[in-house]
Each structure stands twice: as structure tokens, then as C-alpha cells.
Design a protein around this ligand. Sequence first.
Ligand SMILES: Nc1ncnc2c1ncn2[C@@H]1O[C@H](COP(=O)(O)OP(=O)(O)OP(=O)(O)O)[C@@H](O)[C@H]1O
Ligand SMILES: [Mg+2]
Length: 350
Amino acid sequence: MNTQSLLSVVHLKKYFPVGGGSLFKARRYLRANDDISFDIYEGETFGLVGESGSGKSTLGRTLLRLYEPTSGQILYRGNHDKEVDLTQLKGEELRKLRSDLQMIFQDPYSSLNPRMTVGQIVEEGVATHKYYRRGTPQMREYVLKVMQDCGLQAEALHRYPHQFSGGQRQRVCIARALAVRPKFIVCDECVSALDASIQSQILNLLAELKEKEKLTYLFISHDLSVVRHISDRIAVMYLGNIVEMGTAKQVFENPRHPYTIALMSAVPSMKAEREKKIVLGGNMPSPVSPPSGCKFHTRCFMACEKCKRVPPPFTEIEKGHFAACHFADKPTAEKRRIAESNEGQTKKFL
Ligand SMILES: Nc1ncnc2c1ncn2[C@@H]1O[C@H](COP(=O)(O)OP(=O)(O)OP(=O)(O)O)[C@@H](O)[C@H]1O
Ligand SMILES: [Mg+2]
């Protein structure tokens, strides 16, 4: 695997203000991304999983500067000799880099302008970034070429988004992103709304384009089987933090964070017949006032006194495999046994 970083995320925080802030009430913040550090390597597909509300989309959007980061650095090395901190870019500098960094969303319909034809949609970014001028034969040729690469017929050029199926609309979104020659694409639940057979067509297209155009993906999804299939490395998020990270094989075959173990046990195809599903107690706490110590302790089947007080370090268990758990060293099977004997209930372990 290439381990040259395309993006280094350093202590990134994204807090959303939620009320307060008056003379009598202190401002309160929702900590959607709460001190996140990791690298995305050039040419890899980096999968991001976690329950709804764990902060995946916020991370994807903050990396692309669609959200203003609260603090931290995002070091981008797309132009090899030069490293730029995306958090520091303004105006023209940021605009120039926009073509490098693209996003594909879950709902292709709402992210496409219904009054523009497919041709106009694909052409828009190309014209903005001044690759070709609107109305020229070169532009037309280029747009048709990108559409063809994305599996869209030439006759789609003058048609409108509503005239297409969900899968084809997602192809239009991919073509729009690809047309500006990006290096890094955030795919946020980009196949979640599609039927299984269409899902695999779009996933194949993404894989094909990645090879051909030397792209790097951040692939966000609820669907663990899809993430396992497509990702080189994976990070698991819980309540604004990455709690486990490693190669797809490490995280799926040898999960070490109790949260990851529970997530995996919920996927029927991923557990052995005899293994029980681990049901986590309670709901995800509020990211406005997260639990002390390890944020997961309120739902964890391993939690002990220390977990309530001390945030666990992000420990390297084996090369490239990290988990933020005071029991990171304890093997997966032993943790699973404890979870099963606890019937998935939070219980004092020590
Ligand atoms: N623009 C915003 N303003 C205020 N709070 C927000 C905003 N966007 C997200 N949040 C909050 O940040 C937290 C993380 O949300 P986010 O959308 O990043 O989660 P997610 O992991 O992508 O969830 P899902 O799987 O449902 O898409 C949630 O508590 C959410 O309510
Ligand atoms: Mg999301």
C-alpha cells in the first residue's frame, strides 16, 4: 500500500454553536468532530463508519472546507512539492483548490439543479475553472467524454435530472465531480439510496475511475459490508471521535474497540453462526455534553471506573491498527465473550 499522505488531519475540531451565548448563559457547543487526527494516503479508499450522528458527514464536509473548522489543521499534499493547510486558505487560493476536492452526496436528486440539463450540469465546473469555454467544440467533446466515462449516453446531454433513474442521476453527480479533474473525492452515503444491483454498478464505476484517474476517496457509509468491500483502510467514529482505525482486514477480522465489536456483530454476514448479536445498552449520548473519560463508557460492556475518568489514548495494537480503549490489548474473542456473558449490558468489569 502507498503510505504517502495526501491529507493529514491534525487535531481537527468542528463545533456547532447551539444556543446560550447571552449575558447570563454561556454559549454551548455541539462537538460534531472533537479532536480528530489521521492521514489519508494517496490512491486509497478510506472508509468511515459509525452510527447516525457520530460526525461522519461533518468530517467529510470540514475536510473540503464546506464547513469552517473550529480548530486544527488539514494538510493537503496534492501538489507534491507543496504542502498547504486547507484551514488557512481564503478566497482565490481556496477557489483554485476546489477542483481538487470534490464531493458526491447520498441524494443525487436534491444535489442536482432541476432546471439544468445534464450537459450544463457537467459543464458548469469546467467553465468555472476555465478548462474550456462554454459553447466551444472542445467543451462539448470534453463533456461527452466525461459522460461516456461515467456510463452516460450522448443523448443524455440535453435531458434533465428528473428524466433519469436514481442510478443514472448518481452517474451524473459522479460526472460533474470528475469533470473538474479532482484528486480527492468524499463519497457521502453515495450508494445508500440505490437498489442493491445499481449499488454495485456505481461501486464498480467508482473503482474503475479511481484506477484510471488516480483518485483518492473518503467513503462514508452506514453499510459495513459495502465499506469492507471497497475500502483499503477504515476508521470507526463514535460521538465525534475516531475510536478505531486500521486496514479493512484488521478492523473487520480483529476489531478491538468494544464499539466496533458491537457494530460488526449487528451485520449478519459478518459474524459466525454461533456468535450472538451484541446489543448496546442505551442511546448515543448528546454531543453537546458527552460523557467524561471514555465517551463510550455509558454503553460499553467492558467499562470500569477508569473509563469514566480517563480518556483512553489512541493506541497502536499492531502496525497500522489503532484503538482508543483502555482494554485495546485484550483480544477480540475475549471481549466478545464478556459482551455475551453480560448479554450486552453495560456492567462494571473491574
Ligand atoms: N449544520 C449543522 N448545525 C448544527 N449541528 C449539526 C450540523 N450538521 C451536523 N450537526 C450535528 O452534528 C452531529 C454529527 O452529525 P453528522 O451529520 O456529521 O453525523 P453522521 O455521522 O454523518 O450521521 P448520519 O449517519 O445520520 O449521516 C449530529 O449531532 C448533528 O445533529
Ligand atoms: Mg451523514
